[in-house]
Ligand binder design. Structure first.
Ligand SMILES: NC(=O)C1=CN([C@@H]2O[C@H](COP(=O)(O)OP(=O)(O)OC[C@H]3O[C@@H](n4cnc5c(N)ncnc54)[C@H](OP(=O)(O)O)[C@@H]3O)[C@@H](O)[C@H]2O)[C@@H](O)CC1
Ligand SMILES: [K+]
Length: 531
């Protein structure tokens, strides 16, 4: 399990740890770990060109000390002093190791800085007019632009957990220049411009090829858009572990999912493995029924009982002879369908009277129900349907959650973690919120951040497959919280290799489960899922 924290939680843990250690120990540990990763990214350190983007806080301090180590090993290191302040001891260490220091036009920290040639730089950097000068030059100067453009490795040490809000200048311009440069970018602790506690990005932010984070995962490294800016991620242990609180957010790993996944044993039969009922599809939307049933079957359920109207019934029958089918007359509910351990309700169901009759009958059953798609619209119109004793798992995207909670869609997308947590508490259900990072929330539990998402999954019908998979796991006896997080995890891996259609995702599920389970059984390290 990967545990993730807010910046306040990290700061509190750091303070407790620091009280037990000589001053500077933690920064020393952080800088050492950072330098090791930088050296690995460079391949050969000697003769390489490294540019440090140095902010005014301790994030800049880490960066200067790591730069000193690289300079001592023969790298050409240029520190660009971007903050109003600079970590003086770190700066001195870099200078002692032979690193060079460049200030920015008008920067206070630049007054004592020198160019690579030893000339003072304060306020002197913009290129001469007519000399290919760009808007960026007006902010950071032509020399800085050229240094960044020529670097093998750019180390983003502008802001760490102390950053708040949109990047101010000159950081925003430096972030953009680093993104445009051909060299690799490594972010120190987290990419500057990413909110450590939420993953929010307001305005410009560094896009890193790799991020080296210290002590513990920051939530912003696991939740998009922040996660998308972090590149490959690496955690450097600085001894924070014993001082960390209960996490607010976690991400499952292969091993966690394998441990949770139900697997048949010698005494299993189809009933013990779980029978899932699927109430999906309508005269106009037959594909959703086919995909949801396919997702459940491919996830390894004991049996699927499908209930729907004549047209989707014909389609499901044609695609899945394995499903046991009940044709519902208009207005009829699922009372006569037979015993199931959980229901999937909603994909392609429609929102008319017939759909409402089906939804009411499913939610009246005394088993867990997954409420998806059209059924979310129905329960938004009739909230009392969610009041039931058996568990409810809802699987909305931001728009659907907005209809249920009244929180604007844009706000849900921008502050997904906070909103999914609140929705789970207010609606008293488990919520799987679909998005570029899928989140699973249940009151009193840490939010589970799905680490396996894939942009290829942004295609019609994949949500129907996901509902089928989660329904299968619910029927097998997993809680809504576990079923939702395992389903999202498997679905994300099954959707990795695009281009794909939703039915390809269902088709890839058995191999996905096999590879996860076998990867561990044969003692191999779990599949590398870090982005
Ligand atoms: N504590 C420890 O034990 C350890 C900490 N470690 C390291 O320290 C890092 C945290 O250091 P930190 O607290 O100095 O904050 P940090 O992120 O460097 O800078 C904050 C400053 O930036 C500014 N600023 C803020 N927002 C801004 C914006 N949008 N745009 C522009 N500027 C903005 C603002 O300055 P101001 O503008 O107020 O002058 C603020 O004061 C942490 O991430 C890790 O790398 C490691 O060494 C391990 C041990
Ligand atoms: K940073």
């Amino acid at each position: 399990m990967r545990t993730a924290y807010t910046s306040d939680q990290i700061r509190a843990a750091e303070a407790a740890l620091m009280a037990t250690l000589p001053e500077g120990t933690l920064m020393e540990r952080a800088a050492t770990g950072l330098a090791v990763v930088c050296a690995r990214m460079l391949g050969g350190v000697y003769g390489s060109r490294v540019v440090l983007l140095v902010g005014g806080g301790d994030n800049g301090g880490d960066t200067l000390y790591a730069g000193a180590r690289l300079a001592a090993r023969g790298a050409g290191v240029d520190a660009i002093i971007a903050g109003r302040r600079v970590h003086e001891a770190g700066l001195a260490a870099l200078r002692r190791a032979g690193g060079r220091v460049t200030g920015l036009p008008g920067g206070e920290a630049a007054t004592s800085a020198t160019t690579p040639n030893g000339r003072p730089v304060a306020g002197s950097l913009p290129g001469a007019p007519g000399d290919g000068v760009t808007d960026d030059d007006a902010v950071v100067g032509g020399t800085v632009r050229d240094l960044i453009g020529a670097a093998d490795l750019i180390v983003d040490g502008m802001l760490g957990i102390g950053g708040t809000g949109a990047l101010r200048e000159p950081y925003a311009t430096l972030a953009r220049l680093a993104g445009d440069a051909p060299g690799e970018v490594v972010a120190v602790d987290l990419p500057s411009g990413v909110d450590a506690s939420s993953g929010q990005v307001e305005g410009a932010a560094v896009r890193a090829d790799a991020t080296v984070t210290f002590g513990a995962w920051k939530i912003g490294l696991l939740v998009d858009p922040g996660a998308g800016h972090a590149g490959r991620t690496e955690l450097v242990d600085i001894g924070l572990g014993p001082h960390l609180p209960e996490p607010d957010a976690v991400a499952l790993t292969d091993a966690d999912v394998v441990a949770l996944l139900p697997r048949p044993g010698a005494s299993s039969d189809k009933y013990r493995r779980g029978v899932v009922g699927i109430a999906a599809g309508s005269e106009h939307y037959t594909g959703a029924a086919v995909l949801a049933v396919g997702g459940a079957l491919r996830a390894g359920v004991g049996m699927v009982r499908y209930a729907g109207s004549a047209e989707p019934v014909a389609q499901v029958r044609a695609h899945w002879p394995e499903a046991v089918i009940t044709t519902l007359a208009p207005g009829e509910g699922v009372e006569e369908v037979g015993r199931v351990q959980a229901w999937v309700l909603g994909p392609g169901l429609g929102t008319g009277d017939e759909a409402r009759a089906i939804a009411r009958s499913v939610l009246a059953e005394d088993v867990p129900v997954l409420v998806d798609a059209d059924a979310l619209t129905l329960v938004a119109q009739e909230r009392s349907l969610l009041r039931r004793d058996a568990p409810v798992l809802i699987t909305p995207h931001a728009g659907e959650l907005s209809r249920l909670t009244g929180v604007p869609r844009e706000l849900i997308e921008a502050r997904s973690l906070e909103n999914v947590r609140r929705a789970a508490a207010e609606l008293e259900v488990t919520v799987l919120l679909k998005g570029s990072t899928t989140l699973v929330a249940r009151e009193g539990r840490p939010v589970r951040i799905n680490p396996t998402g894939s942009p290829w999954l942004a295609t019609g019908g994949t949500g129907d497959v996901l509902a089928g998979v989660a329904g299968a796991l619910l029927a097998a006896g997993l809680s809504g919280y576990d079923a939702a997080s395992c389903a999202a995890y498997l679905h994300g891996i099954a959707g990795r290799r695009g281009p794909l259609a939703a039915s390809d995702v269902a088709e890839a599920l058995p191999e996905t489960v096999r590879s996860l389970v076998n990867g561990l059984r044969q003692g191999r390290s779990p599949a590398k899922l870090d982005r």
